[in-house]
Write a protein that binds this ligand. Structure first.
Ligand code: FAD
Length: 407
C-alpha cells in the first residue's frame, strides 16, 4: 500500500487541528470537518495542558500561541472539607528545560488550535457533522448530515468522547463509561481567596469536590464535581437553570471549609454542567483506512489533567507514523502499539482519583484519614518519581524515524 496523500479529519476540537498540522509536516494534505458552526461552541470551562502536551505542541510549532491565553500552574494543595490540609504536590511537573503546565479556558485553546491550523493554509469546514463513511477501492468516502460528501485516502476520527468514527470502525464498540460525576465551573472577580497564582486548591468536600485556582489577573477559576450515581439523560442537564445550580451547589458545599460557597454565589455568568464520561478501553482503534485518536480512542476523565495533552501527542505520533511507514495500515497499527499502553495507564490513574471524589460516608472518612499518609508517598514516588517523569517528560522526537514494530 502506498503512503496516504490526503486525509479527512472529523472533529475540529484539539486533536483535529493538531493532527492536520502534524500531517502537513509529514507532507499530507487534510481538511478538518467540524460539526459545530464555530470552533469554541459549548466547550465547557477550563483545562490544563501538561508539560508533555506543551512539548508536543512545540513539535508542531504551536506552543506559544496556545499557552499565551493561559497561566502556568505548577502546584496543587489538597484539603479535606473540614479545612485540614491533606497534602501538596507538583502538578504537571516542570521539566529540566523549564517547560511546565498551563491552565487555559477550553474555548481559548480551541480557538488557538483553530487559528494556528488555518494560518498554515489548512481548511477547517464548520457545520459538517460526519454521519457515515465507507472505504471504496482503497479510498474513504465520508457523508455529512447536510448531505454533502468528501473523499480522501484516509479518515481520522478526532470527534471526541461520543465519536461517530469509532462506531463506523467498529459498530460493536463500547459506549463511553459514565464516571458518576457532573462537572461544572466558572470565573469570578472581586472575591478574595487565600491562594497564590498558579496553585490549584482541591477540596474533597463532604458531599462534592471543589477546585479553584487564582489567575495572575486576580480572576478566580473554579470547578465542582458533583457525585450523581445515575447517568443523566442526554441533554437533561441543559434544563437546569444557573440559579438552580447555584442553590444546589451552595447547599452541597455549605458545611465545608474554603471559599466554595462565596465563589459560587458571586459567579455572574451562566453555568453549564456536563456529565463526565470516559472511554477506558476501546478494543479496535482502526481499520486499514480509518482511525480514531484523542478522546475518540481513549478519553481519560478530566481528573487526569491529560486529555488534551494525550490528544496532541497522538496527533504528533500519527503524523510521524504516516510519514515513516509504508501505507496507512502499517502506520495505524504501529501508532496503536506506541500509544495504547500510555493512554490506558493515564486513564487507570485518573479512575482511582475519581473514586475518591465520589466517596461518601465511611469511604470519605477513610479517604480523609489516608490522604495525609498517601500524599507524601504520591509526591515522592509518583508525581516526582519515575511515573511522573514518564507522564510529564514524554517527548516524541519528530526527527527520529519511527521504528518498524513487528505486527
Ligand atoms: C469539563 C472538562 C474539563 C476537562 N479538563 C481537562 C484538563 O484539565 N486537562 C486535559 O488535558 N483535559 C481535560 N479535559 C479533556 C479534554 O477537553 C479532552 O481530552 C480533549 O478536548 C480531547 O480533544 P479531542 O480533540 O480528542 O476531543 P474534543 O476536544 O472533544 O473535540 C471533538 C470535536 O469533534 C466534534 N465532533 C463531534 N462529533 C462530530 C462529528 N460526527 N463530525 C464532525 N465533528 C464532530 C466536536 O464538536 C468537537 O469539536 C476536560 C474535559 C471536560 C469536558
Amino acid at each position: 500500500m502506498t503512503h496516504a496523500r490526503t486525509a479527512l479529519i472529523a472533529g475540529g476540537g484539539i486533536a483535529g487541528p493538531a493532527a492536520a498540522m502534524a500531517l502537513q509536516k509529514a507532507g499530507i494534505d487534510s481538511v478538518v470537518y467540524e460539526a459545530h458552526a464555530t470552533s469554541a461552541e459549548g466547550t465547557g470551562v477550563f483545562l490544563t495542558v501538561a508539560a508533555n502536551g506543551v512539548d508536543a505542541l512545540r513539535t508542531l510549532g504551536a506552543d506559544q500561541p496556545a499557552v499565551a491565553a493561559g497561566f502556568p500552574t505548577t502546584a496543587i494543595i489538597v484539603w479535606s472539607g473540614t479545612g485540614k490540609r491533606l497534602g501538596a504536590a507538583a502538578v504537571s511537573m516542570t521539566l529540566a528545560d523549564g517547560t511546565t503546565g498551563y491552565t487555559l479556558k477550553r474555548a481559548d485553546l480551541y480557538k488557538a488550535m483553530h487559528d494556528q491550523a488555518t494560518s498554515r493554509g489548512i481548511r477547517i469546514e464548520h457545520g459538517k457533522r460526519l454521519a457515515a463513511a465507507e472505504t471504496i477501492s482503497g479510498r474513504v468516502r465520508a457523508r455529512f448530515t447536510d448531505r454533502t460528501e468528501a473523499t480522501g485516502d484516509i479518515l481520522i476520527g478526532c470527534d471526541g468522547t461520543h465519536s461517530t468514527v469509532r462506531r463506523i470502525i467498529d459498530p460493536n464498540a463500547p459506549a463511553p463509561d459514565y464516571a458518576g460525576l457532573i462537572n461544572l465551573g466558572g470565573y469570578v472577580r472581586g472575591v478574595r481567596v487565600d491562594a497564590d497564582p498558579g496553585t490549584y486548591h482541591m477540596i474533597f468536600g463532604k458531599r462534592a469536590f471543589f477546585g479553584y485556582a487564582l489567575a495572575p489577573d486576580n480572576e478566580v477559576w473554579w470547578f465542582a464535581n458533583v457525585p450523581e450515581p445515575e447517568e443523566p439523560a442526554r441533554g437533561s442537564l441543559a434544563s437546569i437553570s444557573t440559579s438552580q445550580w447555584q442553590q444546589r451547589l451552595t447547599s452541597l458545599f455549605a458545611g465545608d471549609a474554603g471559599p466554595a460557597t462565596r465563589l459560587i454565589r458571586a459567579t455572574a455568568h451562566d453555568l453549564a454542567a456536563s456529565p463526565v464520561h470516559t472511554m477506558p478501553r476501546l478494543p479496535t482503534w482502526h481499520t486499514d483506512r480509518m482511525i480514531v485518536i484523542g478522546d475518540a480512542a481513549h478519553a481519560p476523565s478530566p481528573t487526569s489533567g491529560q486529555g488534551a495533552s494525550l490528544a496532541i501527542e497522538d496527533a504528533v505520533q500519527l503524523g510521524k507514523c504516516l510519514r515513516d511507514l509504508p501505507g496507512p495500515d502499517r502506520a495505524f497499527a504501529t501508532f496503536e502499539q506506541l500509544r495504547r499502553p500510555r493512554a490506558e495507564r493515564v486513564i487507570k490513574q485518573a479512575a482511582r482519583v475519581n473514586n475518591n471524589k465520589a466517596a461518601t460516608g465511611a469511604a470519605r472518612v477513610f479517604r480523609d484519614l489516608m490522604m495525609p499518609v498517601m500524599m507524601p508517598v504520591y509526591v515522592r514516588f509518583i508525581a516526582n518519581g519515575k511515573p511522573g517523569k514518564q507522564l510529564y517528560g514524554h517527548h516524541i522526537d519528530w526527527d527520529t524515524p519511527t521504528p518498524r514494530i513487528q505486527q
